[in-house]
Write a protein that binds this ligand. Structure first.
Ligand code: M6R
Length: 359
């Protein structure tokens, strides 16, 4: 059932192009839900772990492209700050399992005050039975404890929601149509990134020892940095911190020296220049930089120790917009191979369960 792969996690990483394709096929259902939600003035995302990182990505998309004020709350914190919800709020729950205790509790609370929508992978799970609206990510069963293909499925649902909110609320058909056209290129792009798996294997061998890592990104690449760091912690037991690149100088820079590799996400776009500036902060403290970017040449002259290329097939204008869907792929592989080179079993990380049904 691992289809020739050594682990479910690796199989599931490789199933992401098809997950994108399959999830794009629920486009119409998503548009119909958005049409039904005309009175919505505010969105509140609620989720845990990897699903929370998908939600954070949603905040950038919804606020920038649909102009809808959007909050993102950890499900376990929801009970302490949900009093401002009202019938003009849409609360969106994201959960691959649809059974996470904290998320289910939050849906119950939110249902009293707001409209609720659940983005879920597991058919008929508890969340799907409680929420007013349901969107299924079309990832198929995910066995590995580390969420990979379900994350990409969640992101696709969020991109589609952003496109349709932009179309129907903001009346910006141009953005919506461009997004809907360009997103069809993502499956091929994911396949192309996966073709360079051997480069990630080499990087993993090189970086299997350091006990601490930083992951940096700005804007849409920031939640991806958080997710990359979570993947590393979860299956390699290496301490990794995901940070907004601009926050480095507000404290964590004190921890960076030649023993701390820093993974930097550098999609071309609005944030590129400023993230590049953060590289020099890292460099002057001696930290090894592992850069992920489409502009390999710009990084080649000693700015980074290692550079992994993300193909720029979408055009420079769209690279940053879609970065969460592409830059996460090599980060998942990096965690997978570091775990293998450390002699661990990535499918069964210690102390973790696939589905967290306790609060
Ligand atoms: O099933 P859910 O999406 O609600 O699960 C939430 C988290 O427990 C989950 O994403 C966890 O962080 C993953 N193991 C991360 O890979």
């Amino acid at each position: 059932e691992k289809a020739g792969y050594d682990h479910f996690m690796l199989k599931e990483i490789h199933e992401q192009a098809i997950t994108v394709e399959n999830t794009l096929s629920v486009k119409e259902e998503i548009e119909n839900i958005v049409k039904d939600l005309k009175s919505i003035k505010r969105i509140c995302f609620v989720a845990c772990g990897t699903s929370y990182h998908a939600a954070l990505t949603g905040k950038y998309l919804f606020e920038n492209y649909a102009h809808i004020p959007t909050d993102v709350i950890l499900a376990s914190e929801f009970g302490y700050s949900f009093n401002s919800l009202d019938e003009e709020t849409l609360t969106i729950f994201i959960s691959q399992s649809g059974e996470t205790r904290d998320t289910i509790d939050a849906i119950e609370m939110a249902k009293e005050k707001s409209k609720t929508l659940a983005i879920v992978n597991v058919l008929g799970s508890q969340a799907t039975r409680i929420a007013d609206y349901v969107i299924y990510t079309q990832a198929g069963p995910e066995i590995g404890v580390a969420a990979t293909k379900t994350y990409i499925g969640q992101l696709i649902c969020i991109y589609l929601l952003a496109a349709f909110f932009s179309k129907h609320h903001l009346k910006d058909e141009v953005f919506a149509n461009t997004l809907l056209r360009k997103i069809n290129l993502i499956p091929k792009l994911i396949e192309k990134i996966l073709e360079n798996e051997d480069e990630i294997k080499d990087l993993s061998l090189k970086y299997k020892y350091p006990p601490n890592f930083f992951y940096l990104g700005r804007g849409l690449a920031y939640p991806t940095a958080l997710e990359g760091a979570l993947k590393l912690k979860e299956i390699t037991y290496i301490h990794a911190e995901g940070y907004a690149a601009g926050e480095l100088k507000h404290g964590p820079l004190a921890l960076i020296d030649y023993c701390v590799p820093v993974v930097v996400l550098l999609p071309k776009g609005d944030s590129y220049k400023e993230t590049m500036n953060n590289l020099s902060e890292v460099q002057s403290r001696g930290g090894d930089i592992i850069a992920f970017t489409s502009d390999v040449e710009d990084l080649s002259d000693q700015k980074a120790q290692d550079v992994f290329e993300i193909p720029n097939d979408l055009g420079e204008e769209f690279e940053e917009l879609f970065a969460p869907l592409t830059y996460i792929i090599p980060l998942q592989l990096l965690s997978y191979y570091i775990s293998i080179y450390r002699g661990l079993d990535p499918d069964h990380p210690k102390n973790l369960a696939k589905c967290v049904t306790v609060g």
